[in-house]
Ligand binder design. Structure first.
Ligand code: GLU
Length: 423
């Protein structure tokens, strides 16, 4: 393992991203100078975010914005509000954004941001003050032509609206293109909220087709019932698949006959966001969910869920990675040997950033598209990225993960080679 430029980068998630990159770079014999450069972020900012809490005292949170690479365009990536956020995790997620955007052929580099905070413990006022102060602290880095944040774990359209407003107040006019994943009223795009889930479904359908599996005989288990998991469940159900298990942070439910997803979605909020309270299946733990016998397993929560500890017990045919970095390096080798068909994260969950790109283009043109335009273009980009990755994997006799990484890295390498080294 190379010398890390900062001890703070030394986290499991960053090591995972860096090891994946190292393996891909070796396989493609990437130019050693460029390899050194791409291992670490181009620019990282750590900020203190003081917030006046409702009881009058001031609490100081730590936030980050990391830009991994901007050779292909403005850097792009979400903002995560979660207690475990740290520099290493944000840097890893920023690196994955670089490869993800390049793989989908979007004119973007990769970035990520985050604040170490439990957003559900804050009142709406506290959340707004935290968001605005964080946005003010990272203000020098962001902008529609520089770096464009979006929602991620723990953030949503409202948080994006506050960032857009804070930025716009500073420059003196409305700048919708500074963030994506905004509400429609201020330049958001139709279909953005469901985009990651819809994209997961599109590539999963491609994988089923490739393996000659019928959607009507397909059983699906989904870990995570947030923005990615819930939309994936809904759309997969609409396509005719049987969703046999879903889970959230508190655990999950299992119903071999298929969970009634529309009823679950309609009542989940009112049931206090408790899956078990809905009585639509028997209780099961997150770990049990991963080990279910099913056609498709979709981890759609946090990173490092499938590890060497549980990988041998997976019983799915297809692993479709809705989350970023759900599979550790050791687990990856194991499931490869087991013959599980893996749709790697940077391909499977790229629907979110693809529709973010559509939103940014619409904002720039002040011209907005129909929902059907968004869906058709999303399906187009995702199915062709899937086909390219399959072809590349066959050509190089490598895994889908390595093929996806290598094609992303190759596009970034081409941009660097054409631009040359400054000064
Ligand atoms: N947070 C999402 C991701 O991890 C979306 C990023 C974006 O739209 O910029 O891909």
């Amino acid at each position: 393992m190379a010398q890390l430029p900062s001890r703070e980068l030394d986290t499991p998630t960053f090591r995972l991203a860096m090891s994946q990159f190292d393996e891909a770079a070796s396989l493609m014999a990437l130019d050693p100078d460029l390899r050194e450069r791409l291992k670490f972020p181009q620019r990282s900012l750590a900020v203190s975010v003081p917030v006046r809490m409702d009881d009058g005292h001031v609490e100081v949170f730590t936030g980050y914005r990391v830009q991994h690479d901007s050779s292909r365009g403005p850097s792009k990536g979400g903002i995560r509000f979660h207690p475990d956020v740290n520099l290493g995790e944000v840097a890893a997620l920023a690196m994955w954004m670089t490869w993800k955007c390049a793989l989908a052929d979007l004119p973007y580099g990769g970035a990520k941001g985050g604040v170490a905070v439990a957003p559900k413990r804050l009142s709406r006022g506290e959340l707004q003050r935290l968001t605005r102060r964080y946005a003010a602290e990272i203000f020098p880095l962001i902008g529609p032509d520089k770096d464009v944040p979006a929602p991620d774990v723990g953030t949503d359209a409202q948080v994006m609206a506050w960032i857009m407003d804070t930025y716009s107040q500073q420059v003196g006019f409305s700048v919708p293109g500074v963030v994506t994943g905004k509400p429609l009223s201020i330049g958001g795009s139709l279909g953005r909220e469901e985009a990651t889930g819809r994209g997961v479904v599109y590539v999963t359908l491609e994988a089923l087709r490739h393996l000659n599996l019928d959607i009507r005989n397909t059983t699906v288990a989904i870990q995570g019932f947030g923005n990615v998991g819930s939309h994936t469940a809904r759309i997969m159900h609409e396509c005719g698949a049987r969703i046999v298990a879903v889970s959230d942070v508190n655990g999950g439910i299992y119903n071999p006959k298929g969970i009634d997803i529309p009823t679950l979605l309609a009542g989940y909020k009112d049931a206090g966001r408790s899956l078990a309270a809905m009585n639509l299946g028997e209780a099961l733990s997150n770990d049990e969910l991963l080990q279910l016998d099913c056609t498709v397993l979709i981890p759609a929560a946090l990173s490092e869920q499938i590890t060497e500890r549980n990988a041998t017990r997976l019983k799915c045919r297809i692993l479709s990675e809705g989350a970023n970095g759900p599979t550790t390096l050791e687990a990856d080798r194991i499931i490869q040997d087991m013959g599980i068909f893996v749709i790697p994260d940077i391909l499977a969950n790229s629907g979110g950033v693809i529709v973010s790109y559509f939103e940014w283009v619409q904002d720039a043109q002040r011209f907005f598209w129909k929902a059907s335009d968004i869906q058709n273009r999303l399906r187009d980009l995702m199915t062709s990225a899937f086909a390219r990755t399959m072809e590349f994997a066959a050509l190089k006799r490598t895994s889908m993960r390595m093929a996806a990484l290598m094609s992303g890295i190759d596009k970034v390498a081409q941009a660097h080679s054409h631009r040359g080294l400054y000064p």
